[in-house]
Design a protein around this ligand. Structure first.
Ligand code: SF4
Ligand code: SF4
Length: 395
């Protein structure tokens, strides 16, 4: 494992952090995390040198923190820096801060957090933070020894990011960054801005919710012709590690294979390790993806559950599957997958969120929840038109 500077803090962080948003599950609705496998792979990652574990209140509808707490028993807690997040979007009054923090410490079976972040900061959440004086609460918790370092995770635009960064001398910021997303959300400018202030930058979504792990044929050909042979995931991760401003890259790992491969990638990582040929390959990959991805959904699941039973990320994954590679066989496979989703309330399964795009009643309840600012109901109309009604993407 390679270790990197954690901003201005006096400890080094593993290049790879364990993101606990995509732990292995047994079924989706009602959600059941595969606790045994989750604990095994988290511990395996720590045994391979990972010393940063990141979770949050809503991960796996609240079960995530409990599993992480179990994984960090038997001496593993002392081996890592543990980060979780205040669910700012659920906070209604100032006192909610203490209530959430206490319950999170209990779930995680620990007396303190190494990093506590305001989760998913946007303009609206930032105004709430100020109105409810939540920063005073954060500082109070730090003075009482409940948290060691203060940060925020971010999903809005660069001007909002700079405003929040300037609001407080933060220890840590967590931003979405990968070779496709250098110009959205915090952007590369925001990454540099935080780094120049000595703030540790934690990267999330380095593989864009798994999208960069499954490249279309055109992108695979580019990788196959490259001087340095790498897997699609390795290309994505090395791009982020190449940057000096990055402290730790979170990967939401859901299997032992992913842990093994990502740890091996981290072993090879380093600042400035990519040469001109490598960067040229990545530029070509960016061009391929830019032409193809229709909906920038990262499958984070924040928009779920939909009251009408629509499986929102699944529908967008289906559409992007076609847009990334619109072949006859891909269309056939995708149409079959779409056809298996429910088209009426009668077909909705109780134990599985299986609604197709056509079940969206355009209520708009999901709109506020999407960190990627996707107009979900509008995009779902496109899913049904292209997959359900076989319209051409150009139409
Ligand atoms: S707009 Fe559609 S997808 Fe969004 S919550 Fe309403 S029914 Fe569900
Ligand atoms: S639509 Fe938005 S909130 Fe829903 S899974 Fe995709 S990125 Fe996440």
């Amino acid at each position: 494992m390679q270790y990197r500077k954690m901003g201005s803090l006096d400890w080094e962080v593993s290049a790879l952090g364990f993101g606990c948003m995509r732990l292995p599950t047994k079924r989706f609705m009602p959600l059941q995390v595969d606790a045994g496998t989750s604990i095994k792979i988290i511990r395996s990652g720590i045994d391979k040198g990972i010393n940063y574990v990141d979770t949050a209140w809503p991960y796996h509808f609240g079960a995530g923190e409990r599993i992480v707490g179990q994984a960090l028993k038997d001496g593993y807690r002392e081996k890592v820096h543990l980060a979780t997040k205040l669910p700012t979007f659920f906070v209604r009054k100032s006192e909610d801060f203490d209530s959430y923090l206490e319950r999170q410490l209990e779930k995680l079976q620990t007396d303190y957090l190494d990093v506590y972040l305001f989760h998913r900061m946007t303009r609206g959440q930032f105004e709430k933070l100020k109105d409810l004086q939540l920063m005073d609460k954060m500082i109070g918790a730090k003075e009482r020894g409940k948290i060691k370092h203060i940060g925020f995770s971010f999903h809005d635009t660069l001007p909002v990011f700079k405003e929040i960064v300037d609001y407080y001398p933060w220890d840590v910021v967590q931003i979405q960054y990968n070779y496709m997303d250098t110009g959205i959300q915090a952007t590369t400018d925001g990454l540099r801005y935080a780094y120049d202030k000595g703030i540790a930058v934690v990267i999330m979504e380095p593989v864009k919710g798994g999208r960069l792990a499954n490249p279309p044929a055109e992108a695979r050909e580019i990788m196959a012709a490259a001087k340095n042979q790498r897997s699609p995931v390795d290309w994505a991760l090395q791009f982020v590690w190449n940057r000096p401003e990055v402290s730790v890259v979170l990967s939401g790992m859901g299997s032992q294979k992913m842990v093994d491969e990502n740890c091996a990638s981290a072993d090879r990582s380093g600042i400035g390790k990519l040469n001109d040929d490598d960067l040229e390959v990545i530029n070509k990959l960016i061009e391929v993806y830019r032409k193809r991805i229709l909906v920038p959904c990262t499958a984070c699941g924040y928009c779920m559950p939909c009251p009408s039973g629509v499986n929102i990320p699944q529908n967008f994954a289906i559409l992007n599957n076609v847009s990334v590679e619109d072949s006859r066989i891909r269309r056939w496979l995708v149409s079959r997958g779409y056809g298996k989703l429910a088209r009426s309330k009668k077909q909705l399964k109780e134990d599985e969120l299986n609604g197709s795009a056509v079940m969206c009643v355009q209520c708009g309840k999901c709109l506020e929840k999407c960190p990627q600012e996707i107009n979900i109901p509008e995009e779902l109309k496109k899913v049904h038109a292209i997959i359900g009604k076989h319209k051409k993407i150009s139409e």
